[in-house]
Ligand binder design. Sequence first.
Ligand code: NAP
Length: 471
Amino acid sequence: MEYPIWIGGEPVYTAQRKKIELPYDGALIGEVCQADAATVDAAVAAAHRAARVMREMPLAERASILRRVHQAVVERKEALAHILSSESGKPIREARLELDRAAQTLLFSAEEAHRVCGEVVPADAAPAGKGRWAMTLREPLGVIAAITPFNFPLNLSVHKIGPAIAAGNAVVHKPASATPMIALELARIFHECGLPAGAFNVIPGPGGAIGDLLVQDPRVAMVTFTGSPEVGLRIRSLAGMKRVTLELGSNSAVIVAEDADLEETVPRCITGAFANSGQVCISVQRIYVQEQVAAEFVERMVEGARALKIGHPHDAETQISSLITVQEAERVESWIAEAVQAGARLLTGGARRRATLEPAVLTDVPPTVKISCQEAFGPLVAINPYRTLEEAIAMVNDSVYGLQASIFTRDLRKAFQAAREVQVGGFLINEAPSYRLDQMPYGGVKLSGTGREGPRYAIQEMTECKLVLWR
Ligand code: NAP
């Protein structure tokens, strides 16, 4: 299938094409036109024109377009899930879950469109304010550049586009080069559902070549980026005075106290570590388990990892499929080898066939190796014992990242001590850190990013607060 670029409500064909392959076996699934400097310029120009239309569009109309898109996504769920699974390589059951979540994110965005408003400022609270009225307005920013990664190519895009439209902005979206097809499908759906031409443009193409152009264009008011810290830092350094939201990586940690209910804890840690083959920004990568229950916990984790069904992503039974590329799988394999060389014990998994890696469980992992201190983004989990809660919290915090973390315990005192002391954007109790509801505020501290998503919070980031005072 051939996919043109989408600019100004129309398909645009370019000579440069990229073949999209199913990562599991390399089967050809589509061919996508690639943007160059001229198409980036055309997309930003179209968005700049449409931003004026979007700014004037009543909230009720923005909400009703988003509701129609929600409905269309629900109705086309199976076809869209198939495309999503094919280009990302994620198991079809996970692609369906992503479709459900994207539909919800659209609905939350539609609802939040009704609530884009400022507040009354009590002017006469200051003696000099006597006889004045003051209020704030939330105004759209204009053109928003949305740059997204490959691992949740639909829902993470919708987390930017939904709130941007609700807030009255126009969008230029650069999807990941590996997963552009679902973004182009979404652009057509928005168009069919009545979004004005130019309010949502999609420009697939190599980030290294077109990313800088988009980020530095003076007509772009905000860059909202989800991806790696390396690219996020570059965007921030180039964005100047533009508003920037960065949703970056992590090496999420879990504390398992000796009083945790292991029946409940282990399945959540298995899903948390191995969903989407660990290619999740909040994937469970490090587990610190209190020494009294460490042996039993590790045994159950190994059992859980071995029970996962590995296979073709389109097979309904498959739980683990390939990583996004063979090179990525080789990288994760080499990181496991480095840990083992440094003294870690590999208890199960780690074998690779093409881009697919068996889920790996390691123990006694030194804190200095890559799988401890960098983001693995692969199907592995490193488990180490701890003695005191203070020691566990210190190990969780010994990270350059801070997206989400969690604790499993029956003791409220321990749970809230950890909630207060762990340095993250989100802390969960008796749930894996990979858990996310699409309406909740989501984002990181430290190298995990700045700003928050979740439609209500993203709308705050995507609007300007303007004060109006009347004497
Ligand atoms: P990536 O390599 O950083 O790419 C993300 C996006 O940035 C892609 O669209 C990429 O385009 C583009 N890009 C690359 N170079 C660019 C440049 N110089 N200027 C502008 N854009 C550029 O990340 P990824 O490998 O796709 O995704 C994995 C990363 O995303 C992980 O670190 C993960 O933790 C993070 N992530 C974070 C969250 C969160 O919410 N915090 C969620 C999901 C993923 P190309 O594909 O063309 O290179």
